[in-house]
Design a protein. Structure first.
Length: 365
């Protein structure tokens, strides 16, 4: 299309946004189709005249609806709710230097203490893309408030499973994890039916615990007030909280389970096998109760039993005392072997704390 509308509903022609050298004129304006009111962007190629084009659609969430439709509709609803409480926001707004186009950009103002990019996520996205987007916004002094669509595949984290969510589900939601001393780990969702934010608190294995509902205005204030966390608070909550490791019955055919790990280990299980074999420790010799630790914590790429066995192989054989220096050294082993999930929250100090918590529970079991 040759022209589009601005946020003030005035019209602009594509050719007017090209300078005398044939380059796009830098701008932070957002543009919309005059017919469908969806966001459009300026497009120009070597053999094409300047024109506005719609963004490509992504199709279908797990409820079989057009994802781009629900995404656009909910952005509009959130924007409207902000407007009713006198919070200024802009849909599909190019943030400073056009580093990113925020779903909703909320500049610093009386009711908002920082520049904020609200990103409403329905489609799958990699952890690398999430962290890159956050870094880009951070470079221009803008915080990112993620909201996962309740009517999306991310909703599967709400499913009850005594062993914890599947690795596929956990990998999908893990990049969006936040931590707060009041709630612990939580995932922020946008609940379309109620028009509210739902914070799903999760334990160390990603299992859903409580659902906390609040208005978008309240969550913006809460988010800005709790952007960072006190490490001491986190460690206290982790070490002395109510969470316990997930204990399951040992595999019915333990010999078959061990044989499968020995014959066809995953890449990360192979790393564990190499660690223990170097120290002449073997799966077959481990006590049966070790294999009741079948769940995998959010921090780890292997199940708890493998973490415990590797620690025992390195330290406990010659020194039964739990020393913090041992856990710090062992954390280095896990990082060096890439057995720890990369995440801004999962610092070495937190991994050490998790290991101490896990082994204390194992020793007392």
């Amino acid at each position: 299309m040759k022209f589009a509308q601005k946020e003030d509903e005035s019209f602009v022609f594509a050719v007017d946004l090209i300078d005398e050298n044939g380059q796009k004129v830098p701008t932070i304006e957002s543009y919309y189709c005059s017919q469908c009111k969806r966001a459009v962007y300026l497009k120009k190629g070597k053999d094409t005249r300047p024109h506005f084009a719609h963004y490509a659609k992504t199709i279908k969430d797990h409820h079989k609806v057009n994802e781009s439709d629900i995404h656009f509709d909910q952005k509009t609803i959130i924007h409207g709710k902000l407007k009713t409480v006198d919070i200024e926001g802009y849909i599909e707004h190019a943030v400073e230097k056009q580093v990113r186009r925020a779903d909703i950009y909320v500049p610093e103002q009386v009711k908002v203490s920082n520049n904020l990019a609200i990103e409403l996520q329905y489609a799958p996205i990699s952890a690398e893309d999430v962290f890159k987007r956050q870094a880009d916004y951070q470079d221009v002094d803008c915080r990112v408030l993620w909201l996962l669509g309740y009517q999306s595949t991310y909703h599967s984290i709400f499913d009850n499973n005594h062993k914890g969510p599947t690795s596929k589900t956990l990998n999908a939601v893990r990049p969006f994890l936040r931590y707060d001393y009041e709630f612990g780990f939580y995932l922020p969702f946008w609940h379309e039916a109620s028009g509210k934010v739902v914070l799903l608190t999760v334990n160390l294995y990603g299992q859903g615990q409580k659902q906390i509902r609040m208005s978008i205005e309240r969550y913006i204030n809460y988010f800005n007030d709790h952007l960072t966390y006190e490490k001491g608070d986190f460690l206290t909550s982790l070490l002395f909280g109510k969470n316990d490791p997930i204990i399951s019955p040992a595999p019915k055919d333990l010999a078959k389970f061990i044989k499968k790990v020995l014959v066809s280990p995953t890449a990360n299980q192979q790393k564990i096998l190499e660690i223990i074999y170097q120290r002449q420790v073997y799966l077959q010799e481990a006590p049966a109760n070790l294999y009741t630790y079948q769940a995998t914590a959010m921090f780890s790429k292997v199940a708890d039993w493998a973490i415990i066995l590797a620690y025992v192989a390195i330290y406990q054989k010659n020194d039964p005392d739990f020393e913090r220096t041992h856990f710090a050294q062992f954390a280095n082993v896990l990082f060096d072997n890439q057995l720890v999930i990369e995440h801004p929250l999962f610092t070495k100090e937190i991994i050490i704390s998790w290991l101490m918590w896990l082994f204390a529970n194992y020793e007392n079991s």
